[in-house]
Design a protein around this ligand. Structure first.
Ligand SMILES: Cc1cc2nc3c(=O)[nH]c(=O)nc-3n(C[C@H](O)[C@H](O)[C@H](O)COP(=O)(O)OP(=O)(O)OC[C@H]3O[C@@H](n4cnc5c(N)ncnc54)[C@H](O)[C@@H]3O)c2cc1C
Length: 323
């Protein structure tokens, strides 16, 4: 008699039970994605740390899912373990003046599963400047650290001080932001355009260095950013900007000028509000990852044909692909 292989489970002491064959579509901002072989939600950094160490020990490849706002998960899904990061604590820490006697700017500490916009709101409410640009950016602090998220002229690298990581060799380390090789939507922690589960480093938490300022001015600035976003971005499920802006131009302008605004492939449409956004108007089940990929290839070909510009994906493809 053939018996089914035993389903993997981490030790009970970690306090996390694995689910199997879990659909990921509802956990992404575009509402697309097949199942994860194994899936767990963590709410405390100790769980995250122990679960990753266990997965490494049993050689089960893992992938951290934050807000799912920059990942296109394949229709076939992800082999291995997807860890949904809900470690969300945020606090303002006074500057450790024994280390920085001449600089009393406070820190904002955030666990990596905290909403970046929540970190921005916390700082704004405390009259601290440095994260106003992030008030309307979806996703988690971990995803933002990986991708050097930015908007309205600000970026993670401008105020990030250091991050706590679980490194490749299983050690917890503090890494200064200046050692993360930051550039436009990139850091040395980012694993490329198309990724499977693996055994890479995990961001556990981050410290941002902020500056005290005028509460009224800080609030007004953030409010202006929110209103600008409401006017210029679609409300339908999407992954935000699909392509990075080429030097000196805007991907959205090129896509529009190539005549693709409103173009449809399956359930995916080039947004009429912002042509660099691909909208899944149908929500979960409305469009599939293959539609997005076909649309991206079409846009890249058309923009190259018309303007000789090679658009590069900002979003990351995740999981198992046949295309
Ligand atoms: C409507 C909309 C508007 C947007 N506007 C902007 C914008 O203005 N500026 C901008 O920069 N981006 C924007 N984005 C894209 C997205 O919000 C950012 O890229 C965001 O930082 C992604 O964070 P996340 O938590 O959703 O990451 P995810 O999509 O969950 O993951 C992204 C990558 O980071 C990895 N990762 C996540 N957390 C960790 C961790 N703790 N440790 C190790 N690896 C990790 C994942 O494995 C994956 O490889 C927008 C998206 C949407 C939907």
């Amino acid at each position: 008699m053939i018996t089914a292989p035993a389903v993997l489970q981490p030790p009970a002491s970690i306090g996390v039970a694995l689910e199997t064959d879990k659909s990921l579509a509802g956990l992404t901002s575009i509402k697309i994605g097949g199942p994860a072989d194994y899936f767990a939600t963590v709410t405390h950094p100790h769980q995250l740390l122990r679960l990753v160490r266990w997965a490494r020990g049993v050689k089960l490849p893992y992938l951290i899912l934050g807000g799912g706002s920059n990942v296109l998960i394949s229709d076939a899904g992800v082999r291995g373990l997807v860890i949904h990061n809900r470690c969300r604590a945020i606090r303002i820490d006074p500057a450790p003046c024994c280390v920085f006697p001449l600089d009393e700017r406070p820190f904002l500490f955030a666990e990596s599963g905290a909403a970046l916009a929540g970190a921005a709101r916390t700082s704004i409410n405390q009259g601290l400047s440095g994260l106003e640009w992030a008030v309307s950016v979806p996703g988690t602090v971990g995803g933002a650290v990986i991708n050097n998220a930015g908007a309205h002229g600000g970026e993670v690298k401008d105020s990030l001080w250091d991050v706590m990581l679980l490194g490749d060799a299983d050690e917890v380390q503090t890494v200064r932001a200046s050692d993360l090789a930051y550039r436009y939507r990139h850091s040395r922690l980012k694993r490329g355009e198309s990724i499977q589960g693996g055994f890479g480093p995990v961001v556990l938490s981050a410290n941002f260095r902020l500056s005290p300022g005028s509460g009224e001015e800080i609030r007004a600035k953030a409010q202006g950013f929110l209103e600008h976003r409401r006017r210029t971005q679609p409300v339908e499920p999407s992954l935000g900007s699909t392509f990075t802006n080429p030097p000196g131009d805007y991907a959205g302008r090129l896509i529009d000028a190539a005549g693709l605004r409103g173009h449809r492939v399956g359930g995916i449409e080039v947004s009429r509000t912002h042509a660099n956004f691909l909208a899944n108007a149908g929500g979960v089940g409305g469009a599939c990852a293959a539609d997005v990929l076909t649309m991206m290839a079409l846009i890249q070909a058309r923009v190259y044909e018309r303007f000789g510009v090679e658009l590069e994906a900002e979003i990351q493809r995740v999981g198992e692909w046949t295309q």
